[in-house]
Design a protein around this ligand. Structure first.
Ligand code: SF4
Length: 356
């Protein structure tokens, strides 16, 4: 592989990098937080979450001591809530074993909950200038194209091979932070995953086999994913007086231990499902059906606005006011469109004025 792209690439990055709040710091906590938030989430969406999270929990000690509802609320809408739960576990470990300071040691970082090879490499290089690679999808795409490499990037073996190559051939203590970020930035802004990469703007074009052969679309090679499982659900927005029913999900699996609107399989009759919850409805109004896509599952939801006569029901239900729901309980994104439509329905019908 022709490695003469390294200097032009780092020079290009210094001139062209986007100004992002987590790039203005060497604070390992802030870098760690940004990297965890950026997994599965767009840069633009992360900015506001990042700022709000740090305003509430500015240090590892604050994160370690926060109550669960606070951290989930700060994460509300970002999804993949295990990310922030693991961050808190790691913060507590760091408080106990490292006096509240993230260790400047790749293997010690890798041993913390929720920190994998990518995140450990990012923290080690960005915060501590250690020559470890942070190999994400952007980096794999860029490296595959420059090298004309046909290995399947969905395979762990390919990721490991690129990581090892970068750490033995490209990265040094003096360039690790900038080169890792430059490769990511090139993948995000120039060497795009869909459409045509902007090779005419690329500082690595002179070394790039895919570009020279006009075969950019052939790289990277990535084997297909399994199709998602589709689950059909009935979901109930149940209002009794001015209280709304929510409940906590089980502590295992999808959206573990998060709050949700009561729901059941769509194979069950909705009235029977409500009866099983101890709900006596005075009116059931269909809302718009909703679809939510998770990594491996799709939920197709039939949504209902239920006005209940009584709520002496199932102990598993918690009855909260719209203000409490808004201020205190983290509601996964899957339920937000339904909650917003139910809010409009309440306002239209004069049942309540508060915002959810
Ligand atoms: S020259 Fe084109 S294909 Fe090659 S790394 Fe640059 S943008 Fe990607």
């Amino acid at each position: 592989m022709d490695t003469s792209f390294v200097l032009p690439l780092t020079g290009w990055y210094e001139k062209n990098r986007r100004a992002l709040p987590w790039r203005e710091t060497k604070d390992p906590y802030r870098i760690w937080l940004s990297e965890i938030m950026l997994q599965q989430t767009r840069v633009e969406a992360v900015k506001a979450y990042y700022t709000r999270f740090l305003a509430t929990l500015p240090t590892i000690a604050d994160l370690a001591a926060a109550d669960e509802e606070t951290i989930l609320k700060l994460w509300e809408g970002l999804g993949y809530y295990s990310r922030v739960r693991n961050m808190q576990k790691a913060a507590q470990y760091v408080m106990t074993h490292y006096s509240g300071v993230l260790p400047a040691d790749y293997d010690a970082l890798l041993a913390l909950p929720g920190i994998g090879a990518y995140t450990a490499g990012a923290i080690a290089s960005f915060a501590f200038d250690l020559p470890y690679a942070a190999v994400d999808g952007n980096v794999l795409r860029v490296m595959s194209r420059i090298a004309g490499d046909m290995r399947d990037i969905a395979l762990d073996a390919t990721k490991k091979a690129w990581k090892q190559y970068m750490e033995t051939t490209l990265l040094t203590r003096s360039n690790a932070a900038v080169l890792n970020q430059a490769l990511m930035e090139l993948g995000a802004c120039v060497c795009l995953p869909v459409g045509t990469p902007k090779c005419d703007l690329c500082p690595a074009a002179d070394c790039c086999i895919a570009c020279k052969q006009q075969l950019q679309h052939m790289f990277p090679v990535k084997s297909g994913k399994k199709p998602r499982k589709i689950e059909h659900l009935h979901v109930f927005f149940i209002l009794c007086g001015n209280k709304i029913a929510i409940r906590k999900r089980g502590d295992k699996g999808l959206l573990a231990s998060l709050w949700e609107f009561p729901n059941c399989s769509a194979s069950v009759n909705p009235r029977q499902a409500l009866s099983a919850l101890g709900i006596v409805p005075s009116a059931i109004t269909p809302l718009s059906p909703q679809k939510h896509i998770f990594t491996h599952v799709e939920w197709h939801m039939n949504c209902f606005f239920v006005t209940a006569r009584q709520k002496d029901a199932d102990d598993a239900l918690l009855w909260v006011s719209p203000e409490e729901l808004h201020a205190r309980y983290a509601l996964p994104s899957a339920f937000r469109p339904m909650a917003q439509e139910a809010e409009r329905h309440m306002e239209d019908s004069g049942q309540i004025e508060s915002k959810i």
